[in-house]
Design a binder for this molecule. Structure first.
Ligand code: SAM
Length: 218
């Protein structure tokens, strides 16, 4: 099936999405600019392209999802990114979130457990011209080779905050991770201040599970 949408219609829908996110409380202009620049329809299969700018999660390959735009914007805003900072993303999925972070000027490292998903994501990132370090593996244990990170964003739901990720946070760095049971999670922000870790919490999120050594076992 081919979509009936023209690029102009996608552009218009994307700008409407940005205004919707603004009304829902996203205030970081750099986040909104990235959402307005990155073509989300490129990250979903043909059949879902007409829904690409709805504020909803959509299915991707390997029975996973591309997160709801509000969730992407909210988590990115919570990172409080500055240009040139080093960010680790766990759960590459479609590659959309990694492109948003890179567009905002971060140096992004991303890990995905499904090889087939990472292959598709790499193609999209390259096509859009984003240079992103990626690997297949268990992101629940982080990527120690490139630590410490100024930001770590986990886009899958964990049972607890993985200790390995806390160890890989730079001083002043922020970890944003959904934590809860498999049905619903709270968004936890952990900021490292020397040897102290300061937690804040936002309720009411729903993610696919983080499967790994420091996540769910299956
Ligand atoms: N950030 C993605 C995007 O922009 O499309 C959406 C990610 S999707 C909600 C969650 C992803 O986390 C899935 O692709 C899943 O395979 C991946 N995942 C789950 N456990 C993982 C782990 N331990 N390491 C790496 N990736 C994992």
């Amino acid at each position: 099936m081919t979509t009936q949408f023209s690029n102009r219609q996608f552009d218009l829908a994307r700008q409407q999405l940005v205004e919707h996110l603004r009304k829902k409380g996203i205030t970081d202009e750099a986040v909104l600019e990235a959402i307005s620049a990155i073509p989300r329809h490129v990250f979903v299969q043909e059949v879902f392209k007409p829904k690409a700018y709805d504020d909803s999660a959509l299915p991707i390959e390997c029975r996973q999802t591309i997160s709801q735009p509000f969730t992407v914007a909210f988590m990115t805003q919570l990172l409080r990114l500055q240009q040139g900072q080093k960010v680790l993303e766990i759960g590459t999925g479609s590659g959309y979130q990694a492109c948003i972070l890179t567009h905002m000027g971060a140096r992004v490292f991303t890990i995905e457990r499904h090889f087939a998903l990472l292959e598709c994501a790499r193609t999209r990132m390259e096509t859009l011209g984003y240079n992103i370090a990626s690997k297949v593996g268990d992101g629940s244990i982080g990527w120690s080779q490139f630590a410490p990170f100024d930001g770590i964003i986990v886009t899958a739901g964990a049972p607890d905050v993985p200790q390995s990720l806390l160890r890989q946070l730079a001083d002043g760095g922020r970890l944003v991770i959904p934590v809860g049971d498999k049905a619903t999670q709270d968004m936890i922000v952990v900021q490292r201040l020397g040897e102290e870790f300061v937690h804040t919490r936002h309720t009411g999120f729903k993610f696919v599970p983080l499967v790994g050594k420091e996540g769910w076992r299956s």
